[in-house]
Every structure is written in C-alpha cells, then in structure tokens.
Ligand binder design. Structure first.
Ligand SMILES: NC(=O)N[C@@H](CC(=O)O)C(=O)O
Ligand SMILES: [Zn+2]
Ligand SMILES: [Zn+2]
Length: 438
C-alpha cells in the first residue's frame, strides 16, 4: 500500500507532502504526486513520529476480560501510538522466553501497534530470584526492559544483580519505586485529604527513598535505571541532582531516565474525597505542588518521557468500595491530549509544544526501549511510523466510546485538545479519519 500525505506540518515547522511506500517514507517534498497512492489530506495536521509508550498493561494472558493484546493495541493506535511496551504483571507473569515470545507474536499478528514485551526482573514477580533475563533478551522478542512493575524490587542485593545483569545486552531495569514497608495498607497519598477522609496514606518518601537508593546502586555498577511513574516533587529533586553526575551520560542512551504519567500531570489527591475508585492509582494522585513540579520537570527534561501506565480493570474490580478497588487508570486514548493541554498551560510557543510532544512521547521512549524503527521524524528512508494530529480540534472524552475493554478513565466528560486523525504503522494505516482500520 502507498499513501500520499498532502500538506502535513512537520514538527520543525515546515509543511510537506509525504510519500509512504514499502513501510518507509519514500519522499518528503512539495507538490509530490503518485497516481497509485491513496491520498490523505493533512492540511492543518501535525505529522508526529508515531508515539511510543514505555508503560502499558495489556492484561493478556490472564485478564482478557479487562484488556487483550488486540483491544489494547487498538486503543494505542487510536491514541497515536505505533509501539507499546507491555508490562510483565500478567497471569502467568512474563518471566520466561516462551511467554514474552507469545506476547510479541500476538502483537505482530494483530498488527495495530508494535507490542514490545517487558520481562519480569524476578520469577513470578516474587522478589526472590532473578528471572531468566538473558534468555528473554536472546528470544525472538528481544527484551530490553525488565520490570516487576506493580511491585518494587525492594531487595537491594537483587536490584544490584539485575542492574549488573542487563548490562550484557544494553538492557534497563524499570523500577516501580515503592518501599513496601512504608505503604502497607496504603490507599491514597499520605496528606491532608487522607487524614480528613480516613484512608491510610502512601507517603511520598516511600517513592523517594527507593529512587535515591536505586540511583546510587545504578551508578555503583554503572548500569541503566529507568524510574517508572514519578509522582512527587521530592522525586524530581533527587532525579535533578542525580542527572548532574557524569555517569549518566556515559552511554548512547542516558543511564538514568524517568517517566511521568498523564494523570500525575493533571489530577490531585483532592479527587479521592468522593471515594470514587476511578481515582485510585499507584502511585497515588498527589498534591497541586507535586503536579507543578512534575510539569516543570517535563518541560525541563528532568523527566525524560511521558508513559501512560494504561491500567485497564474490569468493572467488578473497580466499581466497588475504595479499599477493595484495584489501582490503575486507562491512558492510551487520552495521553496525547492531556500532554498537549499541560504543555499549552505552560505558555510555551505552539511549535515548542509539538517539539516536546515528539521528544517526550516518541523519540526518547523509542531510544530507551531500543526500538530502532520508532521515534523518527519523517525523512526519506525512515520507517513510516507516523501519527497525524489535528492541533485545533477538541473532543469530549466518552468512556463508552473507548476502544479499551475497560471503562476506568478518570477523564469521562472532560473536553481535551488535539485529535489523532491517522496513524501509520510500518507504512500501513492503522487509523484513518480518527477511526481504527480494523
Ligand atoms: N498503576 C496502577 O495503579 N496499577 C498497575 C500497576 C502499576 O503500574 O504499578 C496495574 O497493573 O494495574
Ligand atoms: Zn507501577
Ligand atoms: Zn504500571
């Protein structure tokens, strides 16, 4: 299939036609013609490198009632993504080459987005023995990111071993930073709202203590650490300090990277006051001061990427008493709009907004994940993984209209800027006119 995309605005500012052929961008120019190509009118649309999510829960195998690789892939494509990293906390856990290959193959077969499996750090996420990291790296899935996400690798000796081990194949350990002894029974951010409504608190220091420890460990063994879903101003301070150390820049990819989730850039712990579990998430929604620090860190680059932590949950796991509800929120279909909203609220020039979107949501996550086919702005010869976005459009989030199998979005009814019009994966449209192609 060939596509001629007419009049798209590139992230650098100029307008161009793009000819996609054989999975690649064949030509970039003005007045291009290709009689046998399908024409896509991109007047007024921004052409982004396809978005890359470092942190997605696809729930397959094990909880296909909440999400499948297919439904999650469709949600991703509609959100402008061309690659997602599928977290390992499935049932069974993705801790063997057979399992990561199964996920990888299913992703390919669905063909809506490149599904890159994340491997577990420890067998069964039990935090006792290292999983077969090398075998997962050598498998067809070529795993490079390892994480026990959902659970912190809290044993410092195991964490050190994992960091040492992944160096052999330029891997990275993605840590869910949560000191478990400080969060036993925790339900929401430890602070004034938790005290008022009587829910057990999850203190900021539980996150910050692990980040500080892991940064020291990673520097000690000269390995790569990625910090998942940073949620506090204190974490930003630790990262800012740590990133000044020379060890960080010793490799082609920074040795220390961190992600922030859209919900931590927009929502605060006050929302828990109504006890609606749609706002229950781990790490929890924090204070307005934390949100401000995370926004500044995103602009500055102390936080390298936005990752969704798309965490679908079935109705019966979410629409129940707060204490029994699972933590987590949907993210894939709303992330881009929320980031655009947040960056515009920072009063940045519109061109800077899109430059930052491309960097934080595509180029940098692709490099961290080692996904060489992703994160490229359109140029002759580059892989045709692209997203066309209408920067002037707004839309109101309709939970029932989402492609995810689950409904746990905290943004229902919210009006958000930006609309994904088309997504191309290896030169084939997965989304056209804002609708999934399959
Ligand atoms: N973020 C969440 O609240 N939940 C995630 C686990 C995680 O990301 O820690 C999940 O798997 O549901
Ligand atoms: Zn997590
Ligand atoms: Zn997660």
């Amino acid at each position: 299939m060939k596509y001629l995309i007419r009049g798209a605005r590139l992230v650098g500012g100029e307008c161009a036609d793009l000819l996609l052929r054989d999975g690649a961008v064949a030509q970039v120019g003005t007045g291009l013609s290709a009689p046998d190509a399908a024409v896509v009118d991109a007047e007024g649309l921004v052409a982004l490198p396809g978005l890359v999510d470092l942190h997605t829960h696809l729930r397959e195998p094990g909880r296909e009632d909440a999400e499948t690789i297919e439904s999650g892939s469709r949600a991703a494509a509609l959100g402008g993504y061309t690659a997602v990293c599928a977290m390992a906390n499935t049932d069974p856990v993705a801790d063997t080459p057979a399992l990561v290959e199964q996920v990888w193959r299913r992703g390919r077969a669905v063909g809506l987005v490149d599904v890159q499996p994340v491997g577990a750090v420890t067998v069964g996420l039990a935090g006792e023995r290292l999983a077969a990291l090398g075998d997962m790296a050598d498998s067809a899935a070529r795993v490079r990111i390892f994480s026990d996400d959902g659970i912190c690798v809290h044993d410092p000796r195991l964490m050190r071993r994992a960091l040492e081990y992944v160096k052999a194949f330029d891997g990275v350990v993605a840590q869910h930073a949560e000191e478990p002894r400080l969060t036993e029974g925790a339900q929401m951010h430890e602070g004034e709202v938790a005290a008022r409504i009587g829910l057990a608190g999850w203190p900021a220091v539980a996150e910050e203590a692990i980040i500080a420890r892991d940064v020291l460990l990673a520097e000690h063994v000269d390995s790569r650490l990625h910090v998942c879903h940073v949620s506090t101003a204190g974490s930003v301070e630790i990262l800012r300090h740590a990133k000044r150390r020379p060890w960080v820049d010793r490799g082609p990819v920074p040795r220390l990277t961190a992600e922030v989730c859209p919900h931590h850039l927009l929502l605060t712990h006050e929302l828990a006051a109504g006890y609606d579990p749609v706002y229950k998430v781990n790490p929890p929604l924090r204070t307005a001061e934390d949100v401000a620090a995370l926004r500044a860190a995103l602009v500055e680059g102390v936080v390298d990427v936005v990752a969704t932590d798309h965490a679908p949950h079935a109705g019966h796991d979410k629409e129940c008493e707060w204490a029994y509800a699972r933590p987590g929120m949907l993210g894939l279909e709303t992330a881009l709009s929320i980031v655009v909203k947040v960056l515009r609220e920072a009063d940045l020039p519109e061109a800077t907004v899109w430059e930052l979107v491309a960097r934080r949501m595509s180029r940098t996550p692709a490099r961290i994940a080692g996904l060489d086919a992703h994160g490229h702005d359109p140029a002759p010869g580059s892989p045709a993984n692209l997203t066309l976005v209408d920067p002037a459009a707004t839309r109101t989030v309709d939970a029932g209209g989402l492609a995810s199998r689950s409904r746990n979005t905290p943004y229902a009814g919210l009006e958000l800027p930006g609309r994904v019009v088309a997504t191309f994966l290896h030169g084939t449209a997965t989304v056209l006119d804002g609708k999934a192609c399959q």
